[in-house]
Design a binder for this molecule. Structure first.
Ligand code: ARG
Length: 286
């Protein structure tokens, strides 16, 4: 089948993207269940299938291995059903791991569990004073840390983060309870300084934050409401390959148009807890 001139032009205009295999930390959802409700996605009255959750997670784990990522695992603990969402376990740049301090008591013991893992694996751990939920709300783009607040991580944690890492922290305020962590509403596609590229859902932010995002990232991919609503933005990119919810089909097309390779994965079971691809992934930027 031949392509039209227009298609040919669009393809040749696509930027060339470079993959840099990542080092990540994950937690097998052996104890996953929805037994409390701390976000609107969670309904303890609905059944969950832990073995299906594990199978779906194994698929994500397999994709990362196939992409050449260095995947580390933390042991899941009984009684901590949300521990699979490793992104919340802390925020790491180089050898420094800023620990998490969870907003809800149900998840609080995960903070020390992740900090123990960081220590045992040679990281210098900064025990947090302020309430923060790690990479769920903090994303590194270029030299700047984008930091979410409004539902989980406190404003005070943004100041603490800036002190710990000595970097600019850009506060973004979330306003829609369905998008309660920054990584549910914004995805970093390329963090490389000089090539920064993100995707986001404007309606998840207050007006001031939307303005900031428009100013700082004029070439960002703006996703549609339906793609946002399946947590399409809860994606993980290595600069070329972008692992996303398979149901976010429009976002997949947008990614292709921008030179990326989307890889769809079905994490329907973990969506019952309000999380997707990125929530299951904590990047270790060594
Ligand atoms: N049930 C978990 C919570 O509400 C889901 C966490 C999702 N993690 C994320 N990085 N967005 O805390």
């Amino acid at each position: 089948m031949s392509i039209t001139d227009e298609e040919a032009r669009a393809r040749s205009a696509r930027p060339v993207r470079t993959a840099r295999p990542r080092t990540v930390l994950m937690c097998r959802p052996e104890h996953f269940a929805v037994v409390y409700r701390i976000n609107p996605w969670m309904n303890p009255g609905l059944p969950t299938d832990t073995s299906l959750a594990v199978r779906q997670w194994e698929r994500l784990h397999g994709i990362y291995r196939d992409l050449g990522y260095d995947v580390h695992l933390i042991d899941p603990l009984e009684g901590l059903p949300d521990m699979v969402y490793a992104a919340n376990g802390g925020f790491v740049i180089g050898n420094v791991a800023y620990g998490a301090r969870f907003a809800y008591p149900e998840r609080r013991p995960e903070g020390p569990a992740y900090m123990d893992w960081f220590r045992a694996n040679g990281f210098e751990v900064v025990v947090p004073e302020a309430v923060n939920e790690g990479e769920g709300d903090f994303l590194l783009v270029g030299e700047t840390i984008l930091a979410g607040t409004g539902f989980r991580s406190s404003d005070a944690s943004h100041d603490e983060l800036a002190r710990v890492f000595g970097r600019e922290v850009l506060t973004l305020r979330l306003t829609d309870p369905s998008f309660y962590h920054l990584d549910t509403a914004l995805a970093v596609l390329d963090p490389t300084p000089g090539h920064e590229h993100i995707a986001y859902l404007p309606s998840a932010f207050d007006e001031r934050s939307r303005e900031l995002l428009r100013e700082r990232f004029p070439d960002a991919i703006v996703v549609t409401e339906p793609d946002g609503a399946v947590l399409g933005l809860n994606a993980f990119s290595d600069g070329r390959n972008v692992v996303i919810a398979s149901r976010a089909e429009g976002f997949a097309d947008q990614l292709r148009d921008h030179g990326y390779t989307p890889i769809g994965v079905d994490l329907s079971e973990l969506l019952l807890g309000g999380g997707g691809v990125k929530c299951c992934t904590l990047e270790l930027r060594r």
